[in-house]
Design a protein around this ligand. Structure first.
Ligand SMILES: C[S@@+](CC[C@H](N)C(=O)[O-])C[C@H]1O[C@@H](n2cnc3c(N)ncnc32)[C@H](O)[C@@H]1O
Length: 442
């Protein structure tokens, strides 16, 4: 049975989802994955959920300025619905009178009949006082850009002036990037096919297989997706291959492989002629690798194991190349997953950094002398990136940071930035991503 599709019902359903993220810490992707709407109801619900969570920190400040009692005392779904109504008024994507009326109706759908007048009064007061309220709130960067304060402070400390552009980029709608399967065609040919289908297509200056496709569309509608000629992958993730530089005949370990985007890229680049092991600790996530390999007609050895338990999974034969795409705060992909702003806590970062450091030490053991390990993360925080790698280099005799020589010709990084190469969100249209290519002595 499909879900009710009227505008109030869609808002009510979006409020239930937003409240589940805000109050239960659930993932937006997981919640949306089980929704059955189609067409415009699906589009509206997703845009309300993404937009409200993207702007939650700012909307919560607005609500605080408007409400006569603390918003924390409101029922979670009512509070989420108010933020949805405010989001619509601020974004201007819907006529204001419709946004107010349908939010009031949605309160009734959710069983808050008695709060209908309160919802109406809050939204109408915001309409009258919007300019003054936003002017006062937006003096604070964390509120203006709708990020948690701990994150804004950490990013400014780590990235200086560049932090502001990154915070703004996190609130932009993310572009669609595809990876052209170099085994089945070249970038020029794929560009022509996509343009013939009506898309505007832009290559990336450094990621050789990457094309930005506008406007973003359902991936299944892209020419070449169903038969594996193109895959969806941000250009920042694709850039990893340029540093790993896998060769045909190499023995390669993808140590944190699921869902397999980079495993598949490695195989495409080596014409399927590399001996690739795709390892991941999560068995259910290994299934995602299998699906991706099957769609592309590629093969890898799949292993369910904890990288840190090297004796448990390694056969003793070293690898020419190791890719270690660590679990991280995902603060580089906030524009794609705005719920990260809500779900990630300051206290998570030291725990993640310890894990990343242990994974790096374990993965290093299996690199061949003269081989290389590429450490990557989709974090923008130095604690998970430069500091993990700098500590590793300091305690590991002979380990060398090859990144400066390999990124020669890439846009320069700030002086004294530390080992590796950090991309911040929005740079050349990319997600935030970090790379450190480490060489093992012969
Ligand atoms: C950032 S994701 C990898 C994304 C993947 N490289 C890609 O491009 O599609 C990190 C992965 O690390 C896995 N992981 C976390 N801890 C691990 C461990 N101790 N050993 C192996 N895999 C681990 C997670 O299950 C998750 O799939």
């Amino acid at each position: 049975m499909s879900a009710p599709t009227g505008p109030a019902a869609v808002r009510a359903s979006a409020a239930i989802i937003v409240a589940a993220v805000l109050d239960e810490g659930r993932s937006l992707d997981d919640l949306l994955a089980v929704e059955s709407d189609e067409g415009s109801a699906r589009g509206l619900k997703r845009s309300l959920c993404y937009g409200t969570l993207r702007w939650h920190v700012r909307l919560a400040a607005v609500l605080n300025a408007l409400a006569t009692r603390s918003p924390d005392q409101l029922a979670p779904r009512l509070r989420a619905l108010l933020e949805i109504g405010l989001f619509q008024l601020v974004s201007g994507e819907t006529a204001a009178h419709a946004a107010v009326a349908e939010t009031v109706n949605a309160a009734k759908v959710l069983g808050f009949e008695q709060a209908a007048g309160f919802v109406n009064a809050i939204l109408r007061r915001f309409q009258r006082e919007q300019a003054d309220i936003l002017h006062a709130i937006d003096r604070d960067v964390a509120l203006r850009t709708a990020h948690p304060r701990w994150f804004v402070d950490a990013l400014r400390k780590d990235r200086g002036e560049a932090a502001l552009a990154a915070l703004d980029a996190n609130n932009a709608h993310p572009p669609l990037w595809v990876r052209v399967n170099s085994m089945r065609g070249d970038v020029a040919w794929a560009k022509g096919e996509l343009e013939a289908a009506g898309f505007t297509v832009t290559p990336h200056p450094l990621a050789r297989d990457a094309l930005q496709v506008a406007p973003p569309a359902d991936v299944r509608s892209l020419p070449g997706f169903m038969d594996g000629r193109v895959s969806v992958q941000d250009a920042a993730a694709q850039l990893a291959i340029e540093l790993l530089d896998p060769q045909e005949g190499d023995r390669i370990l993808d140590a944190c492989a699921a869902p397999g985007g980079k495993t598949c890229h490695v195989l495409e680049r080596t014409n399927g002629n590399a001996e690739v092991t795709a390892l991941d600790v999560s068995e259910p996530r290994l299934l995602r690798i299998r699906e991706n390999l099957e769609r592309l007609g590629l093969q890898a050895r799949m292993v369910a194991a904890d990288v840190e338990n090297v004796r448990g999974w390694w056969d003793g034969r070293p690898y020419d190349r190791v890719l270690l795409d660590v679990p991280c705060s995902a603060t580089g992909v906030i524009r794609r997953h705005p719920d990260i702003k809500v779900l990630r806590r300051a206290r998570d970062i030291p725990t993640l950094a310890r894990k990343q450091s242990n994974l790096l030490a374990a993965a290093w053991e299996v690199v061949k002398p003269g081989g290389r390990l590429l450490y990557t993360s989709c974090s923008v925080l130095a604690a998970e990136n430069e500091r993990v790698v700098a500590a590793f280099l300091a305690r590991t005799p002979g380990a060398r940071d090859l990144t400066p020589e390999l990124t020669h010709g890439w846009p320069p990084r700030p002086a004294g930035a530390g080992p590796g190469y950090q991309v911040l969100p929005g740079e050349t249209g990319m997600d935030g991503f970090y790379y450190a290519c480490l060489g093992k002595p012969l």
